[in-house]
Design a protein around this ligand. Structure first.
Ligand SMILES: Cc1cc2nc3c(=O)[nH]c(=O)nc-3n(C[C@H](O)[C@H](O)[C@H](O)COP(=O)(O)OP(=O)(O)OC[C@H]3O[C@@H](n4cnc5c(N)ncnc54)[C@H](O)[C@@H]3O)c2cc1C
Length: 434
């Protein structure tokens, strides 16, 4: 490698949860070379999760910065409000919209994702809102304060969190989704029906298995569905998923496969260019297919991993996925991969419980409702080598917390529970209950 290349900085494109984490972890671990962190947004990078939760009700100040401004200066991280427009992997250069060309030693793409746009006639009306940035959330919060009838298109996490905020603001809320259950991509059918019940109890009306045909009008809108139903809306909130921001990588000739494709070390098809966070798809040893995740955990863990890899760590990426959402007074936390579940068991009380998911009798995922202790224990258990079997979990006295504690103490958890004799009950959601 030439002396010139050694002096070139580490360049990170995208200062969201992933990009900021790489820069922070590199400095925390003693990386001394220059770091340039660029982002098209001019703001100090901030937390995104509050934008669809407490912030929307006007109950919270602007979300906290990921790191205070001073952190970047005192750690010699050059945070630059510019857009990357081009990568030349052969010359090892990133072109910026300022006209500047930035040479790099390593390049990290942490470009995130953009909202998928509703593609029906009338969808460009002014009272149709999306939610990704602080500016989006500010505009939506202002609209919510005066709106009466809201239609939320998309019953995923963002759509349902926005629906909960709209109900708290006193609006009438209708939710439309083409899927026949809520949060269908990310949670089990039992959790879908539970969360739907929570919303229905709060007065939200669902139109599931329905698609939007057109939006009529400009002021008060009418949302026409495929069955002919027309829903009144003085505000429409669209949460129909995201598209990974892959254009830069694609133009540079890097492999794209539902995101920028990376290997087990999070390297793209050019080994000196990494891709992490929402924009990247990776070979996840815990899943059956290549995975792309949209979560803070994934962005942060991948950021830490790339910093370590650049500093000489050689293990493959193997982090446990986890996620949370907060709707009304329900906190749902998920650990592990639900796609592998072929058997479920519910533990706990009616308003605070966990659903344990097993594959071939071994624990692979846990969904916890208002049971943060279970969630923490589940993460510890699933990240370790000795997940309990479904037979162990059905034994009298089994608890995730006790199991996790016994793992830490170095005991053999399986000797501490006796097998339950009776067959488990099945609750209303089709989940076996204890
Ligand atoms: C409203 C909302 C609520 C959420 N709530 C939760 C939650 O409760 N729990 C959870 O786990 N996850 C949540 N998420 C998801 C989570 O925020 C994302 O998964 C996470 O932000 C991904 O981090 P990232 O760094 O990959 O991408 P981002 O945070 O999206 O950052 C990407 C950055 O790259 C910049 N960029 C892109 N292209 C360029 C370019 N060419 N040049 C310069 N800069 C560029 C963008 O401006 C952006 O700032 C939420 C997301 C949203 C939008």
């Amino acid at each position: 490698m030439s002396a010139n290349r050694t002096a070139a900085p580490m360049v990170i494109v995208g200062a969201g949860h992933a990009g900021v984490q790489v820069a922070s972890s590199l400095r925390e671990r003693g990386f001394a070379d220059p770091i340039v962190l660029i982002d098209a947004q001019a703001r100090t990078p901030y937390q995104r999760p509050p934008l669809s939760k407490e912030y929307l009700n006007g109950a919270a100040p602007d979300p906290a910065p990921l790191r205070h401004r001073q952190f970047y200066d005192s750690n010699n991280i050059q945070l630059r409000p510019v857009q990357a427009t081009r990568i030349d992997p052969h010359a090892r250069i990133v072109g910026l919209d300022s006209g500047e060309q930035l040479e790099y030693r390593y390049l990290v793409l942490a470009t995130g994702a953009g909202n998928r746009v509703l593609d029906v006639p009338g969808a460009d009306a002014p009272r149709v809102r999306y939610l990704r940035t602080l500016d989006d959330a500010r505009a939506l919060r202002e609209n919510l304060a005066t709106a009466t009838d809201i239609v939320v298109i998309g019953a995923g996490f963002i759509g349902l969190e926005a629906a909960a905020a709209a109900r708290k603001s006193g609006c009438r809320v209708r939710v439309v989704d083409t899927a026949d259950r809520v949060m269908a991509r990310a949670v089990s059918p039992a959790t879908s029906s539970r969360m739907m019940r929570v919303h229905s109890r709060e007065g939200v009306i669902f139109h599931l298995g329905r698609s939007v045909r057109e939006l009529l009008g400009t002021g008060p809108l009418k949302v026409r569905l495929d069955d002919g139903t027309t829903l009144p809306a003085d505000l429409v909130i669209v949460g129909v998923g995201v598209t990974p921001a892959t254009q830069l990588a694609q133009d540079a000739g890097l492999t794209i496969e539902n995101g920028v494709s990376v290997n087990e070390f999070l390297q793209t098809s050019d080994p000196d260019i990494f891709a992490i966070g929402d924009c990247a798809s990776f070979p996840d040893p815990r899943a059956t297919t290549r995975t792309r995740l949209e979560s803070v955990q994934n962005a942060v863990d991948q950021g830490k991993f790339v910093a370590g890899h650049i500093l000489g760590d050689r293990a493959a990426y193997h982090a446990l996925p986890w996620f949370w959402t907060h709707q009304y007074s329900t906190k749902l936390q998920i650990a592990g991969h639900l796609s592998r579940s072929d058997e479920s068991l519910q533990l706990g009380e009616p308003e605070a419980f966990s659903i344990l998911h097993f594959q071939a009798g071994s624990l692979v995922a846990v969904e916890s409702f208002n049971r943060p202790g279970d969630h923490v224990a589940a993460r510890r258990i699933l990240a370790g080598a000795e997940a309990p079997t479904s037979a162990q979990a059905r034994a009298d006295g089994f608890s995730l917390k006790l199991y996790a504690q016994s793992m830490i103490a170095g005991g053999r958890p399986e000797t501490q529970y006796q097998s339950a004799g009776s067959a488990p009950r099945i609750d209303a959601d089709g989940v076996q209950a204890r």
